[in-house]
Design a protein around this ligand. Structure first.
Ligand SMILES: [Zn+2]
Length: 364
């Protein structure tokens, strides 16, 4: 321990110096877009709805729960996540200002209730131009599997199509929650996919729905608006807090890092590492590539520190008492709320401990 503590202190001091320097640089850098300075407030459930044009046809509706991203144009609107049921009316009113055409699609980035809570309100207000008739087995004709209510064998066929990864349906339908019950049928996705990528073309723009395995959860999807040059990353990237690794729903540290690296692969900065492709996380402000790089580096550094502590056989309590995230806590930390510093450290520790005790060949 003494040798470790000394090494760790140096690490913390070095990291703090780097952080101080980079914070200063960020503060000195010109803001590439007015949008980047907004939406810094942590979204509050039921809070005031804030509208920002992100880029091209893509808008951010923030402040009511999780971030809601909307692409709106001549063909109608696509929602990425729907916040809460309570926010539905305000969201619909705002989107009606952006397009007079119907809402056609909803895409869920995960199964978290503050991301899917408005699914029914939003989808019901929209239109489905590809209404399928369920086949004799009650399975939707759109392919890829969809939500069929087991109680009365009905399927959502009216309103906008609700896309999500298959794991989101498994979770919301209660198929994998071992008796903990399901979310209301009205919130389930109507169209699911299990491939790594699904594509749509809407409002003259190609969209890629990118599955990120085992990151925040097992059902994460990021939506890349290729023409507007925006990624709606869901909770793979949450710049207002530490990474939300939901172990209970299949999240892992490595998957989350892979997801952040995927974002960094796609994004292209415009000038001096600023601007260019914009990234809207599941919560928090609009970001660019260098913001995501900084976040990825933070997550990697903390992962490495906790990994080192684990290899020194430190217990979770010792890690929690060690100030392991001290240099980042002021930026991302929280004592209360949905994702505290303690929850983050605990999730990283437990995930890495799983890999440590797993038989060889796993956890790499
Ligand atoms: Zn979230």
């Amino acid at each position: 321990m003494p040798a470790y503590s000394s090494a760790f202190r140096h690490l913390v001091i070095a990291a703090a110096a780097v952080l101080a320097a980079s914070t200063w640089l960020t503060a000195q850098s010109p803001t590439p877009s007015g949008a980047l300075t907004a939406a810094t407030e942590r979204p509050v459930l039921g809070g005031h709805l804030e509208h920002l044009l992100v880029s091209g046809q893509v808008h951010l509706l923030a402040g009511t729960g999780a971030n809601v991203v909307v692409q709106a144009g001549d063909e109608g609107a696509i929602f990425v996540d729907t916040s809460t049921e309570a926010a539905g009316r305000d969201l619909l009113a705002k989107v009606a200002e952006l397009t007079t055409r119907p809402i056609r699609y909803v895409i869920n980035t995960s199964g978290d209730l503050d991301h899917v809570g408005g699914n029914d309100v939003i989808a019901s207000a929209g239109r489905n131009f590809a209404t399928p008739a369920p086949n004799s087995a009650g399975i939707g004709a759109r392919g890829g599997g969809g939500a069929v209510n087991p109680n009365n064998n009905t399927q959502r066929t009216a309103g906008a199509q609700v896309y999500a990864h298959e794991a989101v349906l498994n979770r919301l339908s209660g198929a994998l929650t071992s008796g903990r019950g399901a979310a209301p049928f009205a919130l389930w996705p109507s169209d699911t996919f299990f491939t790594m990528k699904k594509t749509l073309y809407f409002n003259g723009e190609p969209l890629e729905l990118l599955h990120v395995p085992a990151a925040h959860s097992d059902g994460d999807v990021m939506v890349w608006f290729r023409k507007s040059d925006v990624i709606a990353a869901g909770d793979v990237y949450t710049p207002d807090r530490f990474p939300m690794i939901d172990l209970e729903h299949g999240g892992t540290v490595q998957g989350l890092l892979d997801g952040l690296n995927r974002i960094i692969d796609i994004t292209v900065p415009r000038f001096n590492q600023q601007g260019g492709t914009l990234v809207v996380g599941g919560h928090g402000r609009i970001a660019n590539e260098s913001d995501v790089v900084e976040y990825r580096d933070m997550a990697t550094i903390i992962r490495d520190r906790i990994q080192l502590m684990l290899s020194n056989n430190m217990t979770l309590q010792q890690v929690l008492a060690s100030n392991v995230v001290l240099d980042y806590d002021g930026i991302y930390g929280a004592r209360t709320g949905p994702w505290t510093t303690e929850m983050f450290i605990t999730a990283v520790y437990r995930d890495l401990a799983k890999a440590k005790t797993a038989p060889s060949g796993r956890g790499q």
